[in-house]
Structures are given as structure tokens and as C-alpha cells.
Design a binder for this molecule. Structure first.
Ligand code: GLA
Length: 412
């Protein structure tokens, strides 16, 4: 069995000292995230509404005088990585965790001609491949460490754009949500993130709200089987946009040809767009299109619901989002559907899959009065029934909206 996921600062410092002979001088850290609503909209340039978690990737490091990166993981499941920084670093075999280390190194070498490496130990209390962005947190933590030792300074938003580009090294054509929230989040807040240009609008999560994260236990590897399905969705969205925008322009629904989703959604209301799309698209593409347009509208509605502390209203939007992801975007699974249903039966205001889907986690909304019942029903109605209740705290927890990543002296 794998080690306990918890990586406290002393444990990380000990691991570093055991490996490299002296205490670590620096630490970078980057949180995972849970997306509250706005799924598969970011790579279409439409908004999302995630929050950063209290669970994070922590990297103790010291600069080297050469261009090598030597990185050990506190979890023996992940073998050490050791490579030379250069603008086109050859990747490890597909699926290797080391590619998330090489990704920012290769990118920063190309963009900023960095040359100095580091040696370090990294640990994380994020469950991997669970849809909580452990991989983007790792990319961010490594990117910050490299920026620190090479004295590259970028403000958080610009750095988030760099890291989103960097991560495409692993082959997934992801959007920019995960890197942006992990770098830019504020304590106690979720953020409505819009793209091109990247902007974060911070919204305080009501004190009474309890955001529950529950892991199906089915891994959704970003660089594995889910990658092709994810990239296919992205290509389908591009095609749907092209066809509907053309149809809207020739039929006079828009005055000129929209070339981005943001232009199209900004020019025409969601209902009209869905009607145009139904005429213009074959069934599959129509469903993808309908998900994207309605999900973008739900994001803005959800921001208003959070500001009004309307738990029921926010929950209803989460339910609609899940239904759309299941029926129109086809990224849910039996386990995700079951877990969301159990959460609702247990009294959650709403529940949906979070992240790319195909496995991984759900997010459910409760308040301080209903949270106990929801947690209990998830344990009894899902985990115990599947004989899957060991190490439950890593699979089922109430998320604390947390601040974004940082880098500096190791003072833990
Ligand atoms: C993954 C990607 C994100 C986003 C989500 C789906 O987490 O990394 O950019 O596209 O899937 O919303």
C-alpha cells in the first residue's frame, strides 16, 4: 500500500536532508483545485469558476550550479527524475510523472533561456489522477522553483499562461483553468476566470457553505486513456463553433462572422444559439455545442448565486451542469453518476463531476447543517458498499478555499 499522502514541512525537510545532506533552503508550493462549475469551457475561451484546495504539491529545493534537475518524490511509487535543461527536452515514456517536471523546464528554457537547475524533493497530499489538478500543481511548483533559481520574474497571471502552455508538453491540449487558479487563488475565495486575456474575479465563498470533494477511485490519467477522449472533445468543439458561426453569419443571426466562442456567445443569446446549432449541426456536434453554450451561461448565474449566498440556486446549477456533461458532453461514468446521486439523496444542494471527467472526483455543495448527512450517506451509500472505505480522508473531504502558489525560503 502507498504511504499516507500527508507531507508536512518537517517530513519534507527530513527527506531532503537525508537525500542531499543539508536542510532545504527553499520551498515552492502549489495547490490543487476543485472546479465548482464551468467544465470544458476553458479551452473554448469561456469562463470557469473553480477554487484552490488546501491540498497541494510542496517542493523543497536548492539551486545547482549546472543545468540539471534532480528531483525525488516522497512517494516511492514515483521514481526519481534527473535531466538536463534545454529548449526541447526529450520526454520520458508517456504517462511518466517526470514529464510534468520536464514540461515547465522545456518551456522556460525556450521562452526565457533559463540554464540553472535545482535538486529537490517533492511531496503532495493531492490524490493523483483524480481530477483535482495534481499534475498542474506539480507543473506550477516546478515552474516556480525554476523561475526562482533563474531569477525569472513574472506576475501570477502571466506565469499561469506560461504554465498552461508548458503543460501541453505532455500531449493534452488543456485549457488554462488549472494553472490559473493554482497560481492566482485567494484565501476563502473561488474565482471566476475568463480567458484571452486571463482575468480572475475573486468571490468569497459563504462561511456556511461546505464544498465536498468525493473521489470515485477510478483514475482519470491526463496523460493516459482520458487524453485522446479529451483532445477529441476539444476538436469537436472547434468544428461545432466553425459551422455554427458560419451558419449564424449567412442567415443574418450575427452581423459578421464570429471566430471565437466568446464573440459568438457575446453576440447572440444562448437560446437562439442553440436553435441555430440544431439546424446547422449533426446530432453529436449539436450536443457538444449545447453543453458549451449552456455551461458558460451557468457560470455567470452561479457567480450571482454565490454572491447572494443562495445555496439551493447554486446547487441546482451544479445538477444541471452534471446532466449536461453526462448527456451532451459524454464525459461522465457510472461511478460519477452514482456518487452524485448518493450525494443528492444525502441532502446535498447539488452535485456534479469536477475536472475533465471520465473518472476522478465529484464536487457536492452542502451547508454546515447538511454536511454531516451528506458525508455519512457517501460513506455508507458508496464507499462501504464498494468495500472501498480505507483511507477515506483522502477520498472524501470538505475543501477549504485556499490561497494560490508561492515560492521562497523554506521556513517550515
Ligand atoms: C482538465 C483541463 C482543464 C479543463 C478541464 C475540464 O482539468 O486541464 O483545462 O479543460 O479538464 O473543464
Amino acid at each position: 500500500m502507498r504511504d499516507d499522502l500527508t507531507v508536512t514541512a518537517p517530513k519534507l525537510a527530513d527527506a531532503f536532508e537525508a537525500r542531499f545532506g543539508s536542510p532545504p533552503p527553499f520551498l515552492s508550493r502549489a495547490p490543487g483545485r476543485v472546479n465548482l462549475i464551468g467544465e470544458h469551457t476553458d479551452y473554448n475561451g469561456l469562463p470557469v469558476f473553480p477554487m484552490a484546495l488546501h491540498r497541494e504539491v510542496r517542493l523543497a529545493f536548492r539551486p545547482r550550479d549546472d543545468g540539471k534537475v534532480v528531483l525525488h518524490n516522497t512517494d516511492d511509487f514515483f521514481p526519481p527524475v534527473d535531466f538536463e535543461i534545454e529548449p526541447a527536452i526529450p520526454p520520458y515514456v508517456r504517462g511518466s510523472w517526470g514529464n510534468y517536471v520536464k514540461a515547465p523546464a522545456s518551456h522556460l528554457a525556450r521562452r526565457f533561456a533559463i540554464w540553472r537547475g535545482f535538486e529537490g524533493v517533492v511531496g503532495s497530499d493531492l490524490p493523483p489522477a483524480a481530477g483535482l489538478s495534481s499534475s498542474s500543481a506539480l507543473v506550477n511548483a516546478v515552474g516556480l522553483a525554476l523561475a526562482w533559481v533563474n531569477e525569472v520574474s513574472r506576475e501570477a497571471r502571466a506565469f499561469a499562461v506560461e504554465m498552461a502552455d508548458a503543460e501541453r508538453y505532455v500531449g493534452t491540449q488543456g485549457g488554462g483553468m488549472d494553472q490559473a487558479i493554482s497560481l492566482g487563488a485567494r484565501d476563502r475565495c473561488a474565482a471566476r476566470i475568463s480567458f484571452d486575456p486571463l482575468r480572475l474575479r475573486h468571490v468569497t465563498v459563504p462561511d456556511d457553505w461546505c464544498v465536498i470533494v468525493a473521489d470515485t477511485g477510478v483514475r482519470a490519467e491526463k496523460s493516459g486513456a482520458a487524453q485522446a477522449a479529451y483532445n477529441r472533445r476539444r476538436a469537436e468543439c472547434e468544428e461545432a463553433l466553425r459551422i455554427v458561426a458560419g451558419h449564424a453569419a449567412t442567415s443574418g443571426v450575427t452581423a459578421k462572422l464570429a471566430t471565437t466562442w466568446a464573440q459568438l456567445v457575446g453576440a447572440v443569446d444562448a437560446e437562439t444559439l442553440v436553435a441555430v446549432a440544431e439546424e446547422a449541426l449533426e446530432r453529436n456536434l449539436f450536443r457538444r455545442f449545447r453543453h458549451v453554450v449552456t455551461e458558460a451561461a451557468r457560470v455567470d448565474e452561479a457567480v450571482d448565486r454565490m454572491i447572494a449566498a443562495d445555496t439551493i440556486g447554486f446547487g441546482a446549477l451544479m445538477d444541471q451542469s452534471h446532466a449536461s456533461l453526462r448527456a451532451d458532453f459524454l464525459v461522465s461514468s457510472v461511478e460519477l453518476d452514482e456518487l452524485t446521486a448518493v450525494a443528492r439523496e444525502g441532502g446535498a444542494a447539488g452535485a456534479r463531476l469536477t475536472g475533465a471527467g471520465f473518472g476522478g472526483c465529484i464536487v457536492a455543495l452542502a451547508d454546515r447543517w447538511t454536511v454531516g448527512g451528506v458525508l455519512e450517506s457517501l460513506v455508507e451509500g458508496y464507499y462501504e458498499r464498494r468495500d472501498n472505505a480505507d483511507r477515506i480522508d483522502d477520498r472524501l473531504f470538505v475543501a477549504v478555499p485556499s490561497r494560490g502558489a508561492s515560492v521562497g525560503p523554506f521556513d517550515g
